[in-house]
Design a protein around this ligand. Sequence first.
Ligand code: OSB
Ligand code: MG
Length: 402
Amino acid sequence: MRRAPAGMLKETMAKDSRKNVAETEFRSGGIDLKNIELREIEMPLKYSFETSFGVTSKRRVLVVRVVDSSGASGYGECTAMEQPLYNHESVDTAWAIITGCIAPILSAASIFSAADVSRVLAPIRGNRMAIAAIETAIWDLEAKVLNKPLWQHLGGTLSEINCGVSIGLQSSPDVLIERVEREVEAGYQRIKLKIKPGKDIEYVKAVRRKFPDILLSVDANSAYDLESNIEVLQELDNYDLLMIEQPLAAGDLLDHSKLQPRLRTPICLDESITSLRDAQQAIEMDACRIINIKLGRVGGHSQAKAIEEFAKAKNIPVWCGGMLETGIGRAHNIAMSAFDGFSLPGDVSASSRYWEEDVIEPPVEVSKDGTIKTRRQAGIGFDVKTGLLHSITLRTITISLP
Ligand code: OSB
Ligand code: MG
């Protein structure tokens, strides 16, 4: 069953897997992983989505299916995009890390429970979207084996979650106002506008004038610079925004901590927070007053939960971010959002805003008051449409874990 992993991983992992097996051997549960099925699919977005880092009109997505020795399976989605523009990861790097690095480590670890996966894979630096794809799939598998909804298995308590939308950069303020109107009418509780230098104040001002009372926020995806853009960032204070998301570079907690005291509006960090440690440091430095948690960016459910708990203890609200996910990633986002620290509406919205046909059944739907109900079915609680998945597959590989 257990096999030493290849090459460089050998030394560190041998130690870790020994500890891991010793800890889990006497448990009644534990996952005996047999296969990892990796699949790259391609799906056209209904509407292209523009951010300060580029335009996305289709998604190439890695879908993970893990299978245990009894034949039970779980699904995860890798949120890395086609190119490394949001962060350093891409579909191709995640494929390489899962096949060349994660699979050998799990193969050596042999038996573990979902809560152990994050620690077992911790020797891998970065590459958290690749890790999260596997970690979340194992959580789904374990919840299904235990016949429990994933959100309950994780320890969540909310039976419905509050939803907002993220609206991409538009060609003019008038076009943006139309888009906002549609989402407000659909019931979404918070509207987030993408901004970048040159497409900021004019757009925010127009939307705020038309909708004086909505919860409104902006997301810059790191497009600004403290030195050259401080006036514009301070001008955003005039529009009663719920938050300004990731104005500066991902690695620049220092400049965010210099910016926050010069703003009335809370800064929310997205790209900057890749771990519990990042969250602790950002909060201690007052680099942000709100945190966006994304499963992929932080490496899965265990890290997400740790960040939510820490932030809650520090009175820092968190919310669930989105990466234009298919229904599989969306379902995991819904499960994660059931922790009560998720006190602000997230970027988790209806399948129909993205896809003609989602890969899950039923599709994710949002009520007239902007909420999504958590599922009562086991695991992620949605059925995956395997026929559709197969028909849109670009490549697939099954890795067996001996
Ligand atoms: O910064 O939150 C972001 C999409 C891709 C990459 C980064 C981000 C986003 C979004 C869209 O804002 C959220 C969604 O609707 O899934
Ligand atoms: Mg963001």
